[in-house]
Design a protein around this ligand. Structure first.
Ligand SMILES: Cc1ncc(COP(=O)(O)O)c(C=O)c1O
Length: 374
């Protein structure tokens, strides 16, 4: 086998290298937050919001406590509530649907395509009813969805388009960063994301001042003037330590994303095994490879083989949203979204993070190329 001896485990994700690299800078930023006792919201969050909106080329960004809250608040800002339906991909992390459910509205799941593994635009129109209010497109695994097609469908039926960019900070669609294509875009800054806080955090970008003002109030107990509450609101502010760590890390994000792209290109060019299939990359989509997902007919066998070779892949995601127990009451059954179901039972995520060394990447490629199904 043409691989180098690897002594240490290579996991799907390892955050230690990144945080050692920036530790000093982050600690200095934490000290500034501490000295200012600016722990909840405040100037360090505002600075990050400014930096992130510039990064996404949007007018506004609003920091919140996590990506799930971002989705929830965006739904509320759109006025979505009980009796409404929102179209959501079946192949995504479940939080995309939580944002809908928290408002009392119903997520309506649509299958993905067999090649891009993104929502199948051709199947959306069949699901539109008089109750449909919005479509959530997900830039899944870091790859932009087919934005113009979804925009056209939303325009035709008078629906809102929302972006879930939780996995895609810095991804570009036809050269423009994601975050400004829908009414709003929701981001997660969970530590494991391409841009992850030292703690839990999330954010929403928009070009619309009305949403921006409303989100500000919603995240802060429905209040813009202290102790005066205009509507039922939430405590979903971003913490100061999280905001400060994000401003430090945002400076490195382009370099980290570039490294992920380099690793992905090596996987795409050098992995050559009939038992492994990869996601199609349309030429308009510049992915930031939050995840590098493959499919195989021999998942359990391949996982054991990889583990024997010190490689520990992930599973994103083993159950599609429409078949989760939490949504049993919606009445979906197996066969409703066949491609999402195929992915769930055949997917596997290869190691993907900027600090993977060239030797480790070569090891993963060599091991995969040597795989022969018994
Ligand atoms: C596609 C997607 N949407 C939403 C979320 C929710 O973000 P958070 O974990 O910050 O609440 C995630 C995070 O894992 C995600 O991957």
């Amino acid at each position: 086998m043409d691989t180098l001896a690897i002594q240490q485990k290579i996991s799907c994700l390892d955050l230690k290298g990144q945080h050692q690299q920036i530790k000093q800078e982050v600690f200095e930023a934490f000290e500034r937050v501490y000295e200012n006792t600016a722990f909840s919201g405040g100037p360090f969050v505002e600075e990050f919001e400014k930096d992130f909106s510039t990064f996404c080329q949007t007018k506004y960004a609003v920091g919140v406590n996590n990506g799930t809250s971002a989705l929830h608040l965006a739904m509320l800002a759109l006025g979505i509530g009980a009796g409404d339906e929102v179209i959501v991909p079946a192949n995504t992390f479940i939080a995309t649907a939580w944002g809908v459910s928290y408002t009392g509205a119903i997520p309506v799941f649509v299958d993905c395509t067999p090649d891009t593994w993104q929502i199948d635009a051709a199947k959306i129109e069949d699901k539109v009813t008089s109750r449909t209010k919005a479509v959530v497109g997900v830039h899944l695994y870091g790859q932009p969805f087919n934005i113009e097609t979804l925009q056209a469908i939303c325009k035709k039926y008078g629906l809102y388009l929302l972006e879930d960019g939780a996995q895609a900070q810095g991804a570009r669609y036809k050269g423009t960063p994601v975050g400004g294509f829908g009414e709003m875009a929701c981001f997660s800054f969970y530590p494991g994301k391409n841009l992850g806080a030292c703690g839990e955090a999330g954010g929403i970008t928009t070009n619309n001042e009305k949403y921006y003002s409303h989100l500000h109030s919603l995240r802060n107990h429905g209040s813009t003037v202290r102790y005066f509450h205009d509507e039922v609101g939430y405590n979903m502010r971003m913490g100061g330590l999280e905001g400060a760590s994000l401003s430090v890390k945002l400076k490195y994000l382009p370099e980290w994303n570039e490294r992920r792209r380099h690793i992905a290109k090596r996987y795409q060019d050098e992995i050559d095994n009939i038992y492994i299939q990869m996601q199609t990359q349309p030429d308009w989509a510049e992915s930031v490879y939050h995840l590098f997902v493959i499919t195989t007919e021999h998942r359990n066998d391949l996982i054991s083989y990889l583990n024997e070779n010190n490689i520990f892949p992930g599973l994103h995601y083993p159950v599609p949203c429409h078949l989760q127990k939490a949504y049993e009451h919606l009445g979906y059954s197996e066969g409703d979204c066949p491609y999402a179901e195929y992915l769930a039972t055949h997917c596997l995520s290869l190691p993907m993070y900027a600090e993977l060394t060239d030797v480790e990447v070569s090891h993963v490629i060599g091991v995969l190329n040597a795989y022969k199904n018994a």
